[in-house]
Ligand binder design. Structure first.
Ligand code: ING
Length: 312
């Protein structure tokens, strides 16, 4: 048995005016709860140091830059790293990364129990748009502020297990989970900031959107026989609701923990990494069952091309 006691640290809303110091204090409070519960790894949401700023159209470069971190850890997050190191609890969390070349990425990092950053992932699937869209009830400008991830879908050895990360919209793309699954990922951690309503389809209910989120995470876990930990930033940020519903999904696709509030809430579950083995050795023994000679379109073709050659 290779047990990792995982804490899914859902966070409630972060207002545009909230300071990073206030947010880190909330993260440390969740970390303290996780330490008391015996967690050895704690997963925080996407962009968890600030409000979900891609909802705001900004042209001023200094204002845009104010939402990014130029280094990690840094003065603001050092207290979090120090507390986790003292307890030897590994963490994973998302933030807006500004590289030394000035590139912006939607990034998630993973540490070992000594708080060395041993893994970094940059969000590949950026939803939304890059210019102001007057037809939307609210903006979703990730394509404006972030570059698509350039690290692929890496898997890291940590705590005697193979771990990978995804971010938010990535969870909707089966290829992302399979890229990790083909490297033997046993644990997939992802954070999300997902609006409760669809800015382009007012008919879509919050319940349907939560169903879609669970469906994607459960399918990704089951089809790659891996644990999936999906952690929300939730609640009403400056009048813009994000849905909660953080979950921990077992390798058989069943949800074993689910948040019940839309605030700061810790889920805890003992996750046996050996529980991934049965699926990987039977129904999802990729080497025995996959027929890659028939999968060519998946990596050679981006959009739909109908059999008559016309494009979708
Ligand atoms: N948010 C949303 C997500 O993928 C979205 C955007 C919502 C796209 C619903 C499509 C449908 O969960 C982020 N931050 O990717």
């Amino acid at each position: 048995m290779r047990e990792i006691v995982i804490g899914a640290a859902q966070m409630g809303p972060i207002q545009r005016a909230d300071s990073r110091e206030e947010v880190v204090a909330r993260m440390i409070a969740l970390l303290e709860e996780a330490i008391a519960a015996g967690c050895t790894l704690v997963v925080f949401p996407e962009l968890c140091l600030t409000t979900f700023f891609p909802r705001w159209y900004m042209e001023d470069t200094a204002e845009v830059a104010s939402w990014f971190e130029n280094s990690m850890p840094n003065a603001t997050t050092q207290p979090l790293f120090d507390r986790a190191r003292a307890a030897r609890v590994a963490i994973s969390f998302g933030y807006a990364e500004k590289t030394s070349e000035g590139q912006g990425f939607n990034t998630q990092v993973l540490t070992d129990p000594a708080l060395n950053i041993i893994g970094k992932y940059r969000k590949v699937h950026l939803p939304g748009h890059s210019e102001f869209d007057p037809d939307r009830a609210f903006q979703h400008l990730e394509k404006r502020y972030f570059k698509a991830g350039d690290l692929g879908f890496p898997v890291f050895r940590n705590m005697d297990a193979w771990m990978g990360m995804l971010i938010c919209n990535d969870r909707r793309w089966p290829e992302a989970y399979r890229e990790l699954g083909l490297q033997g990922a046993e644990l997939i951690m992802l954070g999300y900031n997902t609006p409760t309503t669809n800015s382009q389809n007012p008919e879509e209910t919050p319940e349907t959107r939560v169903f879609h989120s669970d469906l994607c995470c459960q399918a990704g876990a089951y089809q790659n026989s891996a644990w999936v930990v999906a952690v929300a930033k939730a609640g009403n940020e400056d009048g813009h609701p994000l849905f909660p519903g953080s979950i921990i999904v077992a390798p058989d696709g069943t949800i074993v923990q689910k948040a019940t509030t839309d605030g700061d809430e810790l889920l805890v579950h003992s996750c046996d990494m050996d529980a991934t083995k049965f699926g990987k050795k039977t129904i999802f023994d990729f080497k025995r069952h996959r027929q890659i000679k028939h999968y060519g379109r998946i990596t050679s073709q981006t959009g739909v091309i109908y059999p008559d050659g016309t494009e979708g």
